[in-house]
Write a new protein. Structure first.
Length: 633
């Protein structure tokens, strides 16, 4: 559908439209048709979009005439294409509804405060009512009421409408997409390969340092694939369902996110033979293995870039890179596009068919070796068609390969369909604020998490890859300063239904205690793994939590629903057909009376406390309880 955007202001300035149109990072410049009047017409699919204007590179403005969205921060304008008219916010898109096998229709929608709360009506081909459903959940946020409804679709039903509001929409097609079994509520244990243990690759690395040496960007500890293979028993005993490795291509750096060759395994890690053996032994233990695709760039010493430097315009690889001008020179990094602030990492040109084919061939090679999953590094930096093509060809080769996208900025829903799960950086930020930094109270966490779930859309929980930290961030205990806060956060994240990305050493509260800021500056926390026989309080808790997590998955417990228990107590519950569990965590620095229901429930686990919770829940302690639904009043 064609949508026109207009702005009137000072003449002769750059006016950018930013938003989910499709990406925040890709500005759309409005044309100045006459002095001070700017416009742009876009062809957009039906949906609910967040958007904003940006003037002079820094001045953000809401769009005149568009509803203001104050549910999330920062505030944006709301655009509804092909859907309802405000005060009802709904469009026939994946963000608002989904129909699952069996005829279950889930609908997420919003109304402005003060507007009538509608029921849903399903209509047959003659527009007669087949069935009606009332919202089962509601939450006030800012100037809107967020609503959710669930209805079983009658065979004759063909349309949806909201009682009291104009508009009718054909029901969506049944969506049957499922995650690979190992990824459903899975725990993916992330290993920084060099920081693990070394057992001796085919080629020794003269740079290997003692594990007592502090971690820096040049420190090499010598971890390799054989060292990981010998640790699989430990990982299986911990309860992981998959391991994910940082890149294993030849590279001069310890992290190997700057490949010299996308089609081989670094001999220092043991080469292709070591990878074959690791895959074989992982599968023998029922552990999936995920490898990292860092495809947006390469090292400047990559043979293709070196050929470009030698032959310039005449290089057979001239189209592989994003050239700004010739001659291209390392001494003049403005002559080519490179990773922000890192001129030794030239960006690859995805307009080149040769580049796309080279990289997809590299991915297919890994899948043909038996790899179960691929991590899509910096998914936002590479055009969508590449990921769509890669997904189609990988799935054609092996249908159940899992694709894990790293998405920092864009809404997760945007990449569902290109990746199976996407990293949830927004949720991580909230958990840091509440559990580690103490700058968000429990009530705010509860409402914000449910707002985020609403905006992601129905039935998307399984696609949100949760994590507390990763190789690019400070470790959680480094941010928190206290290990008790880490254990509370682990209890929260491991007992929810989403798949979890678990950074190596977190089970032992590994930390450098050196909190750093800035791009690619997490080196102090990229520590060598501690001996596997280390006994820690955190590791014992993780084992208990993963046993409970497996039980919840096996018994079909549904997604978590946040329960507001005030400013001090973070609480959520999950249900199966027969039981309910509740997780209650005191994130404050003082004792709090527990809710009355604690006395009536069976205690499954306590965190940071061994005594009674009848009168008070001590500061930074937690409780996991269970109850049969047949006994609930």
């Amino acid at each position: 559908m064609r949508v026109e955007f207009n702005y009137s202001g000072e003449p002769h300035q750059q006016v950018e439209l930013r938003g989910e149109l499709p990406q925040w990072e890709h500005p759309i410049v409005l044309n100045e048709s006459e002095p001070g009047h700017y416009s742009k017409v876009l062809d957009l699919a039906p949906g609910v979009y967040a958007c904003k204007l940006r003037l002079k590179q820094s001045d953000w403005r809401l769009l005149a005439g568009f509803p203001r969205d104050d549910v999330t921060v920062p505030h944006n304008s709301t655009l509804i294409v092909g859907g309802a008219e405000p005060p009802l916010f709904f469009a026939p898109c994946r963000r608002c509804w989904v129909q699952r096998p069996g005829g279950d229709l889930h609908v997420f929608f919003e109304v402005a405060l003060g507007a009538n709360e509608p029921s849903l009506e399903l209509l047959d081909e003659n527009k007669a009512i087949c069935t009606r459903a009332e919202p089962y959940w509601r939450l006030q946020c800012g100037s809107r009421m967020l609503l959710r409804a669930h209805v079983r679709v009658p065979i004759a039903a063909q349309y949806l409408r909201f009682h009291g509001y104009p508009g009718e929409w054909p029901l969506p097609e049944v969506e049957t997409t499922e995650l690979p079994a190992w990824l459903q509520q899975g725990l993916v244990y992330s290993i920084f390969v060099d920081r693990w243990f070394g057992a001796g690759g085919t080629t020794s690395d003269p740079r290997v340092s003692s594990r007592e040496v502090p971690s820096t960007r040049t420190t090499v500890y010598g971890g390799d694939l054989e060292g990981i293979r010998r640790s699989l028993g430990y990982l299986k005993g911990l309860g992981v369902t998959a391991i994910a490795l940082t890149p294993i291509n030849p590279s001069p750096s310890p992290h190997r996110y700057d490949a010299l060759d996308f089609n081989s395994v670094d001999p220092r890690l043991g080469g292709e033979h070591a990878l074959d053996e690791l895959i074989r032994d992982c599968h023998a233990l029922g552990i999936a293995i995920v490898l990292d695709l860092a495809f947006s760039h390469c090292n400047a010493a990559h043979p293709a870039f070196e050929d470009l430097l030698r032959h310039q315009q005449n290089s057979r690889y001239a189209e592989w890179f994003c050239i700004k001008r010739f001659p291209v020179s390392r001494e003049e990094p403005e002559s080519y596009r490179h990773y922000p602030g890192l001129p030794h990492l030239p960006l690859l040109n995805f307009d080149s068919e040769a580049v796309r084919e080279h990289l997809i061939t590299a991915a297919l090679r890994l899948v043909s070796m038996g790899v179960d999953g691929l991590r899509l590094d910096a998914i936002e930096m590479i055009p969508d068609p590449f990921w769509s093509d890669l997904r189609a060809r990988v799935r054609q080769l092996t249908p159940d390969v899992g694709l894990l996208g790293e998405c920092l900025v864009e809404p997760i829903l945007r990449y569902i369909g290109q990746a199976d799960v996407v990293t949830d950086f927004r949720c991580r930020e909230l958990l840091l604020n509440c559990f580690a930094k103490g700058c968000m109270n429990a009530s705010s966490l509860a409402s914000t998490l449910e707002c985020i779930a609403q905006r992601h859309g129905p039935d998307t929980e399984q696609h949100r890859l949760q994590f507390l930290d990763n190789h690019d961030t400070n470790r959680f205990p480094t941010e928190a300063g206290q290990f008790a806060q880490l254990r509370l956060a682990l209890t929260f994240i491991l007992l929810r239904c989403q798949p979890v990305w678990f950074y190596y050493g977190t089970e032992h509260a590994l930390t450098s205690h050196v909190c750093r800021m800035g791009q690619d500056n997490a080196w102090p926390d990229r520590l060598p793994m501690v001996p596997l026989d280390t006994q820690t309080k955190t590791c014992e808790l993780v084992r208990q939590l993963l046993l409970i997590r497996k039980k919840l998955a096996d018994e079909g417990f549904g997604p978590a629903l946040m329960v507001d228990q005030g400013e001090e107590l973070v609480c959520f519950e999950r249900q199966s057909s027969r039981h309910r569990i509740r997780v209650l965590l005191n994130v404050s620095g003082y004792s709090v009376p527990p809710p009355d229901w604690v006395k009536e429930e069976t205690r499954l686990l306590t965190v940071e406390h061994t005594g009674s919770f009848e009168q008070q829940l001590p500061p930074r302690t937690g409780l996991v309880t269970s109850r049969s639904l047949s006994t609930c009043r």
